[in-house]
Design a protein around this ligand. Structure first.
Ligand code: E4P
Length: 267
């Protein structure tokens, strides 16, 4: 049986990449391991998790960008306020500046909580730059707004997601991204990472095209676990990204290499 799935793997891979595989077929292929053996060189290019930075701080965005691994930026009203960005003009200008720094999606959140207000705000934000993704809260009016933006060709990020039911609704409305908040669930002794896994399973089984953007990430371990759980994107503070670099054996090993080199080359 595993052999059969192995033979079908190329077809499955194309459908999976297009997010159109309507069943557990893909998972069976991967789990049979037949796929792993020969497609490793190019699978990551089709399916690799994207890295967004979760901040409105320009210096931190620049530092992550300079690492060469940054795919986008997420902001929220709290992060904008933290940077002292106040007033409509300043907020819009700040989003524009971020879009000019990073060639990737930039989530800009609406403040309105009614349908008409969200639509007006979202259209204004989307007109700023082609990379703007309108961030909309998971409320009734928000779902209506997401459905509206989907029809209008405006990309959205459904934020403040804490359950699989909410994830299904956002995907039905056509959200481009879905932001389940891992850290805030962990804060109330709920399993944030299990939610990512559940949504990933549901979206795979149902063939939903909405990308899972693991948010409220606090630690490097969250990033690793989100990758395992099936997140399409992870958005995190700079400290969590740079935390991935750290291992004492790397530091000790490098110090030893340099010391040995210096000793051998002295005089
Ligand atoms: C990003 O889109 C979210 O707004 C953000 O990750 C929330 O993170 P927090 O829970 O650390 O505030």
């Amino acid at each position: 049986m595993a052999g059969l799935f192995g033979l079908l793997a190329p077809v499955c891979l194309v459908f999976h990449a297009a997010k159109r595989l309507p069943s557990v077929f893909w998972k069976t292929c991967v789990e049979s391991h037949s796929l792993y053996q020969w497609d490793r060189p190019w699978l990551p290019y089709l399916c690799g998790m994207k890295f967004f930075i979760d901040t409105a701080n320009l210096a931190q965005i620049q530092e992550a960008h300079d690492l060469g691994i940054l795919d986008g930026v997420t902001t929220n009203p709290s992060l904008m306020a933290k940077e002292g960005i106040v007033g409509d003009a300043a907020v819009l200008q700040h989003y524009k500046t971020i879009c000019e720094m990073v060639d990737g999606d930039v989530s800009a959140e609406v403040i309105s909580t009614d349908f008409a207000g969200m639509v007006a705000e979202g259209e204004k934000l989307a007109a700023l730059h082609k990379n703007i993704v309108v961030k909309v809260p998971m409320i009734k009016e928000g779902i209506k707004a997401i459905a509206h933006f989907t029809k209008a060709g405006i990309r959205t990020n459904c934020t403040l997601v804490f359950s699989a039911g909410q994830a299904i609704l956002a995907a039905k409305a056509g959200a481009t991204y879905l932001s389940p908040f891992i850290g805030r669930l962990d804060d109330i002794n709920w399993d944030g990472m299990q939610l990512i896994e559940d949504i990933s399973d549901i979206y795979t089984i149902q063939g939903f095209q909405t990308q899972i953007l693991a948010a409220s990430v606090r630690t490097p371990l969250h990033i690793v676990q989100a990758a395992k759980a099936g997140a399409d994107v992870v958005t995190c503070p700079l400290s969590a990204i740079t935390g991935l670099l750290k291992h004492p054996l790397t530091d000790n090993g490098l110090a030893q290499f340099l010391a040995d080199h210096a000793k051998a080359n002295q005089g």
